[in-house]
Design a protein. Sequence first.
Length: 74
Amino acid sequence: MSLQLGDCLLLERLNEKGYTQSEFAKRMGVSRQYVSKIINGERKMSLEFAINAANILGCRITDLYILKVVRNRS
């Protein structure tokens, strides 16, 4: 069994904290367009981005994506 990234939950985490995409992007040192691409699934977060995002948002890295269970066939 392994895990695979599903839908991005960054927008939900931003809404919980009351951050706009622009405010969050500024805190992360990236463009709002980059944040939008992550939210829309056009880009995946790097581990470094996810660590910093989780720190800013006060959540765990695993709270930033839906994790899908993939069963390995033997």
